[in-house]
Design a binder for this molecule. Structure first.
Ligand code: ZN
Length: 217
């Protein structure tokens, strides 16, 4: 089972990818990680990539394809790959099809975690964590039982991340739409796109993804 997992920051994509790795033995493949690993391991394509990057140039699609191909030849990908951040263009999507079919595999689904932007803003803006133990809270959805006191450790200081604000969320959503716009139509035409409610709680999102992977949705 090979999938592409799409979702804007805040939709829980990382959490779901990690769960699929643990429960199904799939591996999450992000181009950045694969590139760094290939350079470090000195694979044939890694050596090419390093030369290009050392010259201050962008790594070409051909090199990225080479790196993905090398990664797909490693045994740990046989139970399934979760592509993250790749492909970004229709041309890359075509290359991915080729890379998989050359290995007797195929892309099974493109799963998109859908979010409601306004609801996402509300969710992100309200969150804060205990400065001591990291327990997560929210102004609207999960306040400490005793005001100003962490439920878990009893600490009284909390912190908020500076980028948890409406503007950052809306900018990231716009970036996300720009990134996925080129590839969604490609996969929609192939009938591979499945939408999951990324605003549901983590267990429900997981259940929806499992239903798709198990052919029940
Ligand atoms: Zn705490």
């Amino acid at each position: 089972m090979n999938i592409i997992l799409l979702g804007p920051p805040g939709a829980g994509k990382g959490t779901q990818a990690k769960r699929l790795e643990q429960e199904r033995g799939m591996v999450q493949l992000s181009t950045g990680d694969m590139l760094r690993a290939a350079v470090k391991a000195g694979t044939p394509t890694g050596i090419q990539a390093k030369a290009v990057m050392d010259a201050g140039e962008l790594v070409s699609d051909a090199i990225v394809s080479g790196i993905i191909g090398e990664r797909l030849d490693m045994e740990d990908t046989l139970k399934g790959a979760i592509f993250d951040g790749y492909p970004r263009t229709a041309a890359q999507a075509e290359s991915l099809d080729t890379l998989l079919s050359e290995r007797g595999r195929q892309l099974d689904f493109v799963i998109e975690l859908e979010v409601n932007e306004d609801a996402l803003v509300e969710r992100v803006e309200g969150r804060f964590t205990c400065a001591n133990c990291g327990e997560g809270y929210h102004d609207k959805f999960k306040l400490p039982k005793v005001e100003g006191t962490c439920d878990v450790c009893g600490h009284h200081e909390f912190k908020r991340r500076p980028d948890d604000n409406a503007e950052t969320v809306r900018t990231r959503m716009a970036e996300y739409r720009a990134k996925t716009a080129p590839i969604l139509p490609f996969y929609e035409a192939k009938g591979l796109v499945r939408k999951v409610d990324g605003m549901a709680d983590i267990a429900e999102v997981g259940a929806q993804i499992d239903a798709i992977l198990d052919g029940k949705a």
